[in-house]
Ligand binder design. Structure first.
Ligand SMILES: [Zn+2]
Length: 70
């Protein structure tokens, strides 16, 4: 058995994706992804099993380096 994918974590880097839609306490709020452009190359890197299941984190969505200072 493999570990179920966590919908609150980015499928590319494993960090929290800050998705309000994945958090029952905040599900009615607008998510950052509603207003942030998503890099098509980042979308293309999502494993097929995670498409439409787990959101990208803001950094991966914009193709930023994971640990860019500030
Ligand atoms: Zn990420």
């Amino acid at each position: 058995m493999s570990t179920p994918n966590d919908p609150t974590r980015c499928p590319l880097c494993g960090q929290s994706n800050h998705c309000t839609q994945a958090d029952p306490a905040r599900a009615g709020e607008d998510c950052w992804c509603f207003s942030t452009p998503i890099d098509p190359a980042a979308l293309a890197r999502i494993p097929p099993a995670d498409i439409d299941r787990a959101c990208l984190c803001p950094r991966c969505a914009q193709a930023l380096p994971p640990d860019a200072p500030n």
